[in-house]
Design a protein around this ligand. Structure first.
Ligand SMILES: [Mg+2]
Length: 349
């Protein structure tokens, strides 16, 4: 492990925002901190380590964040769960200067005619997804239509599991630095991680397997799940379609431990009922809509961490309002690693 969890020292968020500086004990991976007051932001001191990567952290209400941290620490790790979006949250937004691929977008089904057909659907529906003039109910119907047509093409075009494996191997997709260490830290403490995605569970599992080279017993994927026949050919999808506008309706019944596919039967993951009893939530997302991922849970305390990867100037105010902690410029996961270590620490440390 490149990052020593044992050496983590808690972050004092209020000192970041009040004094507009990076406390000397904070790991230098926090290269630059933007400090925010209630109505404006000030740029804080900067630390530069590897020059090319600038990670910026925004905390809108440090006092509230400190209160939430204290509440989660008091409740203890046994009450904590992590809910994370996948694309552009766990994965990087930019890869080598280009937009990284999404779990949906990376799929090449080994049948060019059908890849073209799916791309045409993308060109038609994607602008509608972001249209400000279409009412939300109508948009949800359009998204469902898009997902179902895409899924039908995957079946009709004869998608195989081998094609998924090849697509992932050739894809431009990578996890943020620190994701492995975050998962390891949580696994060691039996803290469940639910990954919510409107993409495809089978692809996400394959990305986890190929890019992280190991499985995690504490991870569940809540996403669209494929059914393959004995020859490894896609024949159907399980359950209700999860698209961008309904993924928050938490289809927990569709979740399955990632180790099912990988042959690891000694999972530690809680069943859905006990996940619902974990009343402290750490939520990770890159869209304001991702905040709805915890809607079905009866949580007592939620800390939301946002990744604002692009259009920063335009979206900063709304993201800062929405998320407790915000990482800018496609930052790493190290700040979240530090945060969870703080949430799981006890006593006066
Ligand atoms: Mg996302």
């Amino acid at each position: 492990m490149s990052y020593r969890l044992q050496s983590i020292i808690p972050v004092h968020w209020s000192s970041i925002c009040t004094h507009r500086c990076i406390p000397s004990h904070i790991n230098s991976r926090f290269l630059r901190v933007w400090c925010c007051g209630n109505s404006y932001r000030n740029q804080g001191e900067m630390e530069e380590v590897d020059g090319s990567k600038v990670c910026e952290v925004v905390v809108g209400d440090a006092e509230l964040l400190e209160k939430k941290i204290a509440a989660i620490r008091t409740a203890g790790p046994a009450k904590l769960q992590v809910i994370a979006d996948f694309d552009a949250t766990l994965t990087k937004y930019w890869i080598n200067g280009h937009r990284g691929q999404s779990s949906h977008g990376l799929l090449q089904q080994g049948n060019p005619e059908y890849d073209v057909k799916r791309h045409k659907l993308y060109e038609y529906y994607h602008p509608l997804e972001f249209s400000p003039t279409i009412p939300i109910e109508e948009k949800a119907k359009l998204m469902e239509e898009w997902w179902e047509k895409t899924h039908a093409l995957l079946i009709e075009g004869g998608l195989t599991y081998d094609a998924i494996k090849k697509s992932v191997a050739n894809a431009s997709i990578a996890f943020r630095e620190g994701v492995v260490e975050l998962f390891e830290f949580l696994e060691e403490r039996d803290i469940p991680v639910l990954i919510f995605s409107a993409g495809l569970a089978d692809i996400i599992e394959e990305v986890l397997s190929q890019k992280l080279h190991r499985s995690f017993k504490n991870i569940k994927i809540v996403s669209n799940r494929m059914v393959f026949d004995a020859d490894g050919r896609l024949v159907s999808f399980k359950g209700k379609t999860i698209h961008v506008l309904n993924k928050n309706e938490h289809a927990l019944d569709m979740a399955a431990p990632v180790h099912d596919r990988l042959g690891d039967i000694n999972g530690l993951i809680d069943d859905n009922a006990s996940v619902k009893k974990r009343t402290s939530v750490l939520l990770l997302g890159d869209h304001i809509g991702d905040l709805g991922m915890s809607d079905g849970l009866n949580y007592e305390t939620r800390i939301s961490v946002g990744f604002l990867n692009d259009n920063i100037e335009k979206s900063l105010d709304s993201y800062r309002e929405a998320f407790d902690v915000l990482y800018l410029n496609d930052g790493s996961m190290w700040g979240v690693v530090k945060l969870v270590s703080q949430l799981c620490s006890s006593g006066s440390d």
